[in-house]
Design a protein around this ligand. Structure first.
Ligand SMILES: Cc1cc2nc3c(=O)[nH]c(=O)nc-3n(C[C@H](O)[C@H](O)[C@H](O)COP(=O)(O)OP(=O)(O)OC[C@H]3O[C@@H](n4cnc5c(N)ncnc54)[C@H](O)[C@@H]3O)c2cc1C
Length: 317
C-alpha cells in the first residue's frame, strides 16, 4: 500500500526547492500568521525578543538566521554580518552569559556552495561568527545539511575547534555513517547535537524506514551518553526523550552535562515541563526573511502541521 505521509513528505521536500511556489507563499500576507508559529519574526529584535521570553520561562536558546544554499558572495557576507549583529544584540540584553543563548549556523548560508573556494569562504565567515560569539561569551553550533556536505562540514568543524573548542556539531541519525561519527565525536568538551535528519536522502546513505531511524537514534544516543562529550538531544519524539533521560541516568550524568533541544513552536508545553523539572532545554529559534525552506521541512515532518498551514491558507485567503 502507498504510504500517504511518505508521499506528502517527499512532495513537500521537493517543494522546499521550488522557486515559484516559494514566491507565491512568501508574498501571500495571510501566510505570515502561520509562519509566525514556527519562525520568531524577520528582524534581530524579533529573535532577541523570542529568546528573552523563553529565558523567562527557564529555557535556553540557539538562534538561527534563516538562509541556505547561498550562491552569491555578497549574500554570504551579509549573512555573516547579520550573525555578528545578532550576537551583539544578544549580549547587550544579557542573553549570552554562560551560553544561555547561542547561535546555529548553516555553512551553506555563509558560502559553502560558492564555486571555487566555497569551503574557505564559509570557513572564514564561520570564524568571524565564532569570534563574535566568543566576544559575547557564548558559542556556535554548525547545523548539518544534506549528506553531500557532511564531510566538508565536519572538516570545517575540526578547523574551527582548533581556535574555538566549544563549537558544536550536528549529527543526523538517519545516515548510516552517524553511529561511527558519534563515537568519534564523543570526546571531552565536544558538543554534539543528535537529530533524526530533515533532508530527503537516498537509500544508499540513509535509513528510509522511520523505525530504523529511531533505532539508529538510540544507538547514537548510547554512544554519546557513554562518552565524554556533551550530548544535545534534539527531538520532539517522547520515546526518544525518555530514553535519553534513562541513558543519562545510567551514565550518572548531571543535569548540566547534557541538554534537550526542541524547535520553536513545537511541543512548547513539553519544553516547559522538561525545564521545570531541572533539566536543560534549549529551543532552536529561526528568524529572518528566508523562512521558506525551513517551513517546508517542518511541514514535511508532520502532516498535522501541513493541515494547519493549508487550513490557514483556505480560511484567510
Ligand atoms: C534543536 C533542533 C535542531 C535541529 N537541527 C537540525 C540540523 O542541523 N539538521 C537536520 O537535518 N535536522 C535538524 N533538525 C530537525 C530534525 O532532524 C528532525 O527533522 C525534526 O526534529 C523532527 O524529528 P523528531 O525527532 O522531532 O521526530 P518526528 O519523527 O518528527 O516526531 C516524532 C514524534 O514527536 C512528536 N512530535 C513531533 N512534532 C510534533 C508537534 N508539532 N506537536 C506535537 N508532537 C510532535 C510526535 O509524538 C511524533 O510522533 C533539528 C531539530 C531540532 C529539534
Amino acid at each position: 500500500m502507498v504510504d500517504a505521509s511518505a508521499v506528502l513528505r517527499q512532495g513537500l521536500l521537493q517543494l522546499s526547492r521550488s522557486g515559484q511556489i516559494r514566491n507565491l507563499i512568501e508574498k501571500a500576507p495571510l501566510s505570515r500568521d502561520v509562519v509566525r508559529r514556527f519562525v520568531a519574526g524577520e528582524s534581530t529584535a524579533d529573535a532577541v525578543g523570542a529568546a528573552t521570553a523563553l529565558a523567562q520561562t527557564g529555557r535556553l536558546s540557539t538562534i538561527d538566521f534563516l538562509g541556505e544554499d547561498t550562491t552569491d558572495l555578497d549574500q554570504a557576507r551579509a549573512t555573516s554580518e547579520a550573525y555578528v549583529e545578532l550576537l551583539g544584540a544578544m549580549s547587550e540584553v544579557g542573553l549570552t552569559q554562560g551560553g544561555r543563548a547561542e547561535v546555529s549556523v548553516k555553512l551553506s548560508a555563509v558560502g559553502q556552495y560558492l564555486p571555487g573556494d566555497g569551503h574557505k569562504i564559509a570557513l572564514d565567515h564561520a570564524r568571524e561568527i565564532c569570534q563574535a560569539a566568543a566576544n559575547a561569551g557564548t558559542t556556535v553550533t554548525l547545523d548539518m545539511e544534506d549528506h553531500t556536505t557532511t564531510d566538508a562540514t565536519l572538516e570545517t568543524l575540526r578547523e574551527l575547534r582548533q581556535d574555538f573548542p566549544s563549537v558544536g556539531a550536528v549529527l543526523q541519525a538517519y545516515l548510516h555513517r552517524t553511529e561511527a561519527d558519534c563515537r568519534d565525536l564523543a570526546v571531552a568538551g565536544s558538543r554534539v547535537r543528535l537529530c533524526k535528519g530533515a533532508y530527503k536522502e537516498p537509500e544508499s546513505v540513509a535509513f528510509q524506514d522511520s523505525a530504523e531511524v529511531d533505532k539508529s537514534y538510540v544507538r547514537c544516543l548510547k554512544a554519546l551518553m557513554a562518552g565524554d562529550g556533551y550530548p544535545m538531544v534534539a527531538s520532539h519524539d517522547p520515546r526518544l526523550v525518555e530514553i535519553a533521560g534513562a541513558l543519562a541516568a545510567r551514565h550518572h550524568r548531571k543535569a548540566d552535562s547534557f541538554e534537550y533541544q526542541m524547535l520553536y513552536g513545537i511541543r512548547p508545553e513539553e519544553q516547559k515541563r522538561i525545564a521545570d523539572r531541572g533539566d536543560q532545554m534549549r529551543v532552536y529559534i529561526p528568524y529572518g526573511h528566508e523562512w521558506y525552506g525551513y517551513l517546508m521541512r517542518r511541514m514535511a515532518e508532520r502532516p498535522a502541521n501541513t493541515v494547519f498551514f493549508l487550513r490557514a491558507l483556505a480560511t484567510k485567503g
